[in-house]
Write a protein that binds this ligand. Structure first.
Ligand SMILES: *[C@@H]1O[C@H](CO)[C@@H](O)[C@H](O)[C@H]1NC(C)=O
Ligand SMILES: *[C@@H]1O[C@H](CO)[C@@H](O)[C@H](O)[C@H]1NC(C)=O
Ligand SMILES: *[C@@H]1O[C@H](CO)[C@@H](O)[C@H](O)[C@H]1NC(C)=O
Ligand SMILES: *[C@@H]1O[C@H](CO)[C@@H](O)[C@H](O)[C@H]1NC(C)=O
Ligand SMILES: *[C@@H]1O[C@H](CO)[C@@H](O)[C@H](O)[C@H]1NC(C)=O
Ligand SMILES: *[C@@H]1O[C@H](CO)[C@@H](O)[C@H](O)[C@H]1NC(C)=O
Ligand SMILES: *[C@@H]1O[C@H](CO)[C@@H](O)[C@H](O)[C@H]1NC(C)=O
Ligand SMILES: *[C@@H]1O[C@H](CO)[C@@H](O)[C@H](O)[C@H]1NC(C)=O
Ligand SMILES: *[C@@H]1O[C@H](CO)[C@@H](O)[C@H](O)[C@H]1NC(C)=O
Ligand SMILES: *[C@@H]1O[C@H](CO)[C@@H](O)[C@H](O)[C@H]1NC(C)=O
Length: 312
């Protein structure tokens, strides 16, 4: 093995290590740190590197960038202006994490951090975060059941302003079984911020004692909000309605979980091909996006994207 091929092998290992996708959860209106930590080196000369935070998929948008001696704020997509920050003193220690504030549901994207050697434009490493956004549903409210006639009774459960779209379950509390979904009619509305509200109507056969629970599930928060409603026959023969709202069992996903996705063989072949192409290409100066190995075509396309954003 020649020295050169050893270096090449190490670079591939670097790629493998960089192919870590972090799942990060943020609350609408809140802040989040999108992590990007150098896997090896812990000291960086900030005059010799550039850092790009951008959307991973098309349309490519610059979320923030650091280029020595350049005011990068002009390249930042208007949706992210004034909402992100990089810390220079942390970057010197190999922590290129981005702080994002005032999260909206439009921030639910895969974002990529790329740290580049300025003098060779080689990526030193890159990492991806998958940002999931959530908003808390209000405690569900179940209206007093309506006994439409001697055979039927309906329950209505409502909850507001959550994200993502909820799942609604009705539970028969007599035996803790899930009621058939065909018995319920769910109506969703979306407000101007993209948050969901839901109203679920359950229609079941009337029996003297009915105890049901409405359960609103927020998948991103791994949270079930529940409220019980009972329709009981009192000893004096009249029916009595009772509602029990149980305190939600909060279990936010521990903030982040890492999923390590290794490049498949095909991916490695692709990287080798792309690297061969790049090694014959001259350095390009004053790039504002990191070109994602797509050559001049890719860079022109990104310049156009930036232009379009500015016109908006
Ligand atoms: C960002 O902040 C600057 C200065 O406070 C302001 O002039 C600019 O309009 C803001 N941009 C956005 C998109 O809010
Ligand atoms: C957060 O974003 C929303 C919607 O874009 C905006 O109305 C609100 O003023 C922002 N809040 C802060 C503190 O920037
Ligand atoms: C960047 O590339 C130059 C030239 O290839 C090299 O001398 C330098 O050590 C590299 N810097 C880093 C931080 O890898
Ligand atoms: C979500 O809402 C529930 C009920 O309103 C509350 O108990 C809980 O603390 C909230 N969680 C977050 C993360 O805001
Ligand atoms: C009770 O009302 C429902 C709809 O309101 C109807 O479909 C059903 O036939 C009624 N049953 C009787 C016995 O009237
Ligand atoms: C709830 O479960 C009990 C016990 O299994 C059953 O008798 C009753 O019919 C069920 N109610 C509904 C609405 O399915
Ligand atoms: C739910 O109800 C539908 C329609 O009444 C029926 O076809 C289906 O088998 C039921 N599912 C279960 C699990 O009972
Ligand atoms: C569900 O509710 C909506 C609005 O209340 C109504 O328009 C629709 O017909 C209902 N669907 C069924 C299957 O009952
Ligand atoms: C919420 O309730 C549903 C239905 O009972 C269940 O499938 C799900 O695992 C529950 N989720 C949590 C986080 O408890
Ligand atoms: C809340 O969640 C914890 C852990 O998932 C579980 O042990 C506990 O029984 C739950 N409490 C309720 C009231 O569901």
């Amino acid at each position: 093995m020649t020295l050169k091929s050893i270096g090449f092998f190490l670079f591939l290992l670097g790629c493998l290590r960089a192919a870590v996708m972090e799942e990060i959860y943020g609350m609408v209106g809140g802040d989040v740190d999108l992590s990007c930590i150098s896997p090896g080196k812990k000291h960086f000369d900030l005059n010799k590197i550039s850092v790009y935070w951008q959307t991973k998929n098309e349309p490519l948008k610059t979320i923030n960038a650091y280029i020595p001696g350049d005011d990068t704020s002009q390249y930042i997509d208007s949706k992210y202006q004034n909402r992100t920050s990089l810390k220079l003193e942390k970057m010197e220690r190999g922590d290129f994490s981005l702080h994002l504030s005032n999260i909206t549901i439009k921030d639910e994207l895969e974002l990529e951090c790329i740290v580049v050697n300025k003098s060779s434009t080689d990526p030193l490493f890159r990492s991806t975060v998958n940002l999931h956004v959530a908003a808390n549903y209000s405690i569900p409210v179940v209206e007093a059941p309506k006994k439409t006639n001697d055979t039927e009774v309906t329950f209505t459960c409502t909850s507001h302003n959550g994200f993502p779209k909820p799942k609604i379950y009705w539970v028969n509390k007599t035996d803790n079984s899930l009621l058939n979904q065909s018995l319920q009619n769910d109506t969703f509305t979306i407000n101007e911020k993209g948050l969901y509200s839901v109203s679920s109507v359950l229609k079941i056969a009337w029996t003297p004692n009915i105890r049901v629970e409405c359960c609103i599930e927020n998948v991103n928060l791994q949270q079930n909000l529940t409220v019980q409603s009972s329709f009981l026959l009192s000893p004096d023969g009249s029916t009595d309605h009772r509602i029990i709202t149980t305190t939600p069992n909060q279990s936010i996903p521990s903030g982040k979980t890492s999923i390590i996705t290794f490049f498949i063989i095909f991916g490695i072949v692709l990287v080798i091909l792309l690297m061969a192409v790049i090694s014959f290409r001259k350095l390009r100066k004053n790039k504002h996006h990191y070109g994602d190995y797509r050559g001049p075509q890719g860079n022109r396309q990104m310049a156009e994207t930036t232009g379009k954003e500015k016109r908006n």
